[in-house]
Design a protein around this ligand. Structure first.
Ligand code: AMP
Ligand code: GLY
Length: 426
């Protein structure tokens, strides 16, 4: 079979690595991909959001299955467009992708169906939103409705910060039309979890739980990034909380089904585990990055079978996913300055040496090839993941392997897996 993976990050590198282990896979293409996966995949120079060009490529090259990494093409309707051409694709439809594409859609769905989430209100008029903030006088979270490259969520501890955030979104329109509508919600306290589920209609199977570390600095301080590392399993997260999280996925799929939306693909619930149980902070309609780099190394069964099962809309109870008990820790190496500005073009050394370690995986992300040399080309350059019998051994292996990798301006957090919860939220 021929597979096409859409996207260019570490998540897509992890998907390509896992897919390459399937005996049924003959060839993997990545569009546009990144440097560092040449041994398993061929890169195609098409952007992840150029749906027409991706369809032509898939038709001309007889692609059997396409897997979509990032949210932008999903929200744009890539799945509907591929399926209209008879192409098999893994991911939710445009309608279903609203769960990530519109925070107002999601908040309304959750509140209407009594699914645990922060109390919140939706506003499409600046004056009304302003009046609400003036009235409540509590820390709030203000969210631009649409996609804003992860920057449209602002935590405001006081009224002034809240006014400023609202102005930024609705008056200055820093996120463009994504800020036409805002969600204003209560600020929750607790620790965050990433629960990914493979879904087909109202059927689902949970992948193993993981935790991301979004802030740039150790101790979960500083501005949020796309994610600086992840690990799985998470000892802090108990069976009861896992059961409640499964209930959240189940009720969400049922609520969508009542609207005539059949969810296919990965549903990722970003949860705040509070003293009264897990509550939804957000949904993503795709694999997480860097959660995928910490979750897929733990999957011992073939990934292609469940993906085909969902893409073909088959009964999920016939599909099996198996996991190792081993722990996985994944540490992101970034360019100094990220998530602000940073320099690019530095040679990356040591990837091959690091990969020689048992149970160590290097998933490249912001890497490009220039004159045959792999150089840095992005904020998050790569992730090193390691499996270990215990969390401590996995951590040690990941950090030891990371020390074998060198590039100018390398920066990584040394505390992945050691801090739980956001210091700002405690
Ligand atoms: P989101 O994109 O909605 O997940 O928000 C990004 C980050 O903002 C989350 O990972 C949390 O750290 C934080 N956040 C979002 N909503 C809330 C909330 N209601 N209470 C506390 N923190 C939140
Ligand atoms: N790790 C956060 C995300 O994938 O959105």
């Amino acid at each position: 079979m021929k597979a096409l993976i859409i996207g260019s990050g570490g998540r897509e590198s992890a998907l390509a690595w896992k897919l390459s282990q399937s005996s049924k896979i003959d060839k993997i293409y990545m569009a546009p991909g990144n440097a560092g996966n040449e041994h398993i995949a061929e890169r195609v120079n098409i952007s992840a959001t150029d749906i027409e060009a991706l369809i032509s490529f898939a038709l001309n090259n007889h692609i059997d299955i396409t897997i979509v990494g990032p949210e932008a093409p999903l929200v744009k309707g890539i799945v509907d467009a591929f399926e209209n051409k008879g192409l098999r694709i893994f991911g939710p439809s445009k309608q279903a992708a609203q769960l990530e594409g519109s925070k107002a859609f999601t908040k309304k769905l959750l509140l209407d169906h009594g699914i645990p989430t922060a109390d919140g209100m939706i506003y499409d008029k600046y004056e009304d939103a302003l009046a609400h903030i003036s009235a409540i006088k509590r820390p709030v979270v203000i969210k631009a409705d649409g996609l804003a490259a992860g920057k449209g969520v602002i935590l405001a501890d006081n009224e002034n910060d809240a006014f400023e955030a609202l102005k930024k979104i609705m008056v200055d329109r820093e996120f463009g039309d994504a800020g036409n509508v805002v969600v204003i919600e209560e600020k929750l306290k607790g620790f965050e979890m990433s629960i990914l589920a493979l879904c087909c209609g109202t059927q689902f199977k949970l992948l193993v739980p993981s935790q991301d570390h979004k802030p740039i600095f150790e101790g979960n301080k500083g501005p949020n990034t796309g994610g600086m590392g992840a690990y799985s399993p998470v000892s802090l997260f108990n069976e009861e909380q896992l059961k409640e999280s499964a209930g959240i996925i189940e009720k969400t799929l049922q609520a969508l089904s009542l609207k005539g939306i059949h969810y296919k693909g990965i549903l990722y619930a970003g949860l705040m585990v509070t003293t009264t149980g897990p509550k939804v902070l957000e949904f993503n309609v795709r694999f997480g990055d860097p959660e995928t780099q910490a979750v897929l190394p733990r999957m011992t069964s073939d990934i292609l079978d469940p993906i085909l099962c969902v893409a073909e809309g088959k009964d999920l109870s016939d599909c099996h996913i198996e996991w190792t008990e081993k722990a996985c820790v994944s540490v992101v190496a970034a360019s100094k300055g990220y998530p602000g500005s940073y320099k690019k073009g530095y040679s990356v050394r040591g990837i091959e040496e690091a990969r020689k370690n048992d149970d160590v995986f290097v998933f490249t992300a912001g890497c490009e090839t220039v004159n045959g040399d792999v150089v840095t080309s992005g904020g998050r350059v790569l992730a090193v993941s390691a499996l270990g019998q215990t969390f401590e051994t996995a951590r040690e292996k990941a950090y030891n392997a990371l020390e074998m990798i060198h590039f100018t301006d390398i920066y990584y957090r040394k505390d992945i897996g050691l801090v739980h919860g956001d210091s700002k939220n405690r």
